[in-house]
Design a binder for this molecule. Structure first.
Ligand code: 2AM
Length: 195
């Protein structure tokens, strides 16, 4: 049988952002709700592309393509600010922190998507909407329970959780375990250095 790895491409966050997101998770978790799956704050990242199960033998061409694409971009700033829900606050499925970013982030994501198509990885059909997933809510939960989370998060709607210079993109392996996913950085690909 062919060995596959579950992969995704993401931007790692700095310690300040991790710490601030961990703090609001503590606040929001005060009333415990088992139907909400909180992301371990150390695992929070900005996903650029989810690849899913990928044959292990494709990883070197994938890394090479990614390396060349990412190196075409200069570092840029992002600001992590505010909270919100997908698809909307009345039917929350994902609770997220927002990412304010220049057009460069969108170009980086679409160039990665396009470059990976050349090595047979299908393009994303959904428009890219940069966000950091804080929690996932179950669709089995009564709406009255789910709708509490966005309300609790509302005071953080304009909170700045931090900012950082994006200087690299990371190819991650995700290993699913009963205690939650374990993310392992396989390769870190630098943007073009200005120094
Ligand atoms: P999200 O934060 O936007 O939900 C690793 O699993 C990352 O890949 C997740 O953080 C998730 O991003 C993203 N992802 C996208 N599609 C996915 C899918 N079908 N299954 C699991 N993760 C997916």
């Amino acid at each position: 049988m062919q060995e596959t790895l579950r992969l995704f491409i993401a931007i790692e966050l700095n310690p300040e952002i991790h710490l601030n997101l961990a703090r609001i998770a503590v606040e929001l978790k005060k009333e415990r709700n088992d139907e909400i799956r909180w992301v371990n704050p150390d695992n929070i990242h900005l996903t650029l592309k989810f690849l899913g199960d990928t044959p292990q033998r494709n990883i070197s061409s994938l890394s090479e393509t990614l390396k060349q694409t990412v190196f075409g971009f200069l570092p840029f700033e992002i600001v992590v600010k505010g909270t919100g829900c997908f698809p909307d606050a009345r039917h929350p499925r994902v609770l997220w922190a927002g990412v304010n970013a220049p057009v460069t982030l969108f170009e980086l994501q679409s160039n990665i998507d396009r470059a990976l198509l050349t090595i047979g990885i299908p393009k994303e059909n959904r428009p890219f909407s940069p966000h950091l997933t804080l929690a996932r809510l179950s669709d089995r939960t009564p709406e009255a329970v789910n709708s509490k989370e966005p309300q609790k998060a509302a005071p953080f709607q304009n909170t700045v959780f931090g900012q950082m210079l994006v200087e690299r993109v990371t190819l991650f392996q995700s290993t699913l375990t009963p205690r939650g996913p374990i993310y392992t950085a396989l390769v870190r690909l630098p943007l073009k250095s200005t120094g």
